[in-house]
Ligand binder design. Sequence first.
Ligand SMILES: Cc1cc2nc3c(=O)[nH]c(=O)nc-3n(C[C@H](O)[C@H](O)[C@H](O)COP(=O)(O)OP(=O)(O)OC[C@H]3O[C@@H](n4cnc5c(N)ncnc54)[C@H](O)[C@@H]3O)c2cc1C
Ligand SMILES: NC(=O)c1ccc[n+]([C@@H]2O[C@H](COP(=O)([O-])OP(=O)(O)OC[C@H]3O[C@@H](n4cnc5c(N)ncnc54)[C@H](O)[C@@H]3O)[C@@H](O)[C@H]2O)c1
Length: 471
Amino acid sequence: MTRIKTDICIIGAGSGGLSVAAGASQMGADVVLLEGHKMGGDCLNYGCVPSKALIAAAKQAHAMETGKPYGVMPVEPTVDYAAAKDHVHKVIETIAPVDSQERFEGFGINVIREYGSFISPTEVQAGDTVIEARRFVIATGSGPLVPPIPGVEDVTYYTNENIFDLRERPNHLLIIGGGPIGMEMAQAHIRLGSKVTVIEGAQAMGKDDPELAAIVLEKLKAEGIEIVEGAKAEKISQSGDQITVETPKGSFTGSHLLMAVGRKVNVDKLNLEAAGVDYERRGVKVGDDLRSSNKKIYAIGDAAGGLQFTHVAGYHAGVIIRSILFGLPSKAKTSHIPWATYTDPELAQVGLTEAEARTKHGAKLDVVRFEYEHNDRAIAEGKTTGLIKVMVVKGRPVGASIAGAMAGEMIGMWAMAIANNLKMSAIANTVLPYPTIGEINKRAASAYFSPKLFDSALVKRVVRFVQRVLP
Ligand SMILES: Cc1cc2nc3c(=O)[nH]c(=O)nc-3n(C[C@H](O)[C@H](O)[C@H](O)COP(=O)(O)OP(=O)(O)OC[C@H]3O[C@@H](n4cnc5c(N)ncnc54)[C@H](O)[C@@H]3O)c2cc1C
Ligand SMILES: NC(=O)c1ccc[n+]([C@@H]2O[C@H](COP(=O)([O-])OP(=O)(O)OC[C@H]3O[C@@H](n4cnc5c(N)ncnc54)[C@H](O)[C@@H]3O)[C@@H](O)[C@H]2O)c1
């Protein structure tokens, strides 16, 4: 057994662990990084990157079928599903060097390709190495949750961990779960030529504003995706190459099944009891400072049991680096964290939804709205389906929800405004290039001020007075 002493031992080389490792080592800390499986974690290998690459392939196919309004005769694309998967893997390979063992060893980090397991409150064992560290970071992420639906163990099903390796196009893909994974994969597959049924136990895209989710769902249904809500999967069976899912809304039969019903945090291998780290089903129990019940052990990213996004894992890394390296107090917030679902149209959120803002702020809340159909660039592009809502309290945005083209890009301006406590006037005062979809953000801000300027008797009286006295 080899023994190592280090400043920081990071368990998991995904989005969160790699960000801590890169930052801490480049600022002078001695770092050991453990990874039991693939460098880059879920996002690079089984999550964000492959899903967005498949969505991009599907977008190309869709464009070929939908050119008529632009004077481009539609053609039915010949989709080579396996070649689309080649594209997915090429994208992963292109990005992989950024997350590679070699790059992190280049920072002076000791990268050990083994799963880590606590053997005491200050020691982790990884293979035949024991690492004693002043601080540990649990960045072990999450994996697909497979609920114990009767029959599930007897059928062939896919998860995000193997769907990107499937090379024959599903004739009819059944997807259990209408969250972001389910809906992104549903649209990618229908555009690549599969029939698709989404079986959702509650409401599809249920974590977003229902009015905006409805805009996206209507478009997805118009593309031919069958979305069955209130249909909890209760039994699954397979006969030959046909899989049937039984729900209170009826039975649905298809050729392939994708499970997209949420995530299970990776804590099984950690032996957290030995370290005195409390955890629950959602993840490691942490405070705002991301410290666990053992104050020398932090948890970040999916493992920390909150929002599960790559940019949150990266944000957590920044929060704990401040605390670990400089001993400064540092807390993670959630009120300024955006997210986006990359369907077409996209769906994005930051801060409070309208319902949350009403509950929290009551009569103090103003909600301003602006439709994509009034934006010149959206009209030119034929992307007029969409809506922005901004929730405003005392002149400052407390939330923004966007459904529409490039919503994921557009939400950035509101994320900046909320993160920096900016006023609506900061958005209204910004001059944006014409014609851009981004002008929708500015029009939403103007919609906040317009009634105050245009419907005000006082403003009218002042203008009339000034006009009389001005030379
Ligand atoms: C299909 C899909 C699409 C997604 N799309 C997006 C998106 O578009 N945008 C977005 O922001 N988020 C997206 N996500 C979520 C995103 O992938 C995760 O939030 C992010 O990867 C979490 O980072 P992490 O560092 O916490 O964990 P991970 O990236 O999962 O990394 C954890 C690492 O720890 C390793 N590990 C686990 N246990 C141990 C152990 N005991 N010892 C050593 N190593 C261990 C694992 O092998 C893994 O490599 C998507 C997820 C999925 C599944
Ligand atoms: N664009 C992005 O940023 C992006 C994309 C994909 C995933 N992610 C991350 O990954 C996480 C997991 O995504 P997800 O879509 O798997 O989870 P999710 O929890 O968001 O959605 C799962 C859905 O499955 C439904 N469900 C659960 N059990 C069911 C059953 N037995 N029958 C029918 N429906 C059932 C739930 O009601 C829910 O709507 C997301 O919350 C997000 O944090 C992000």
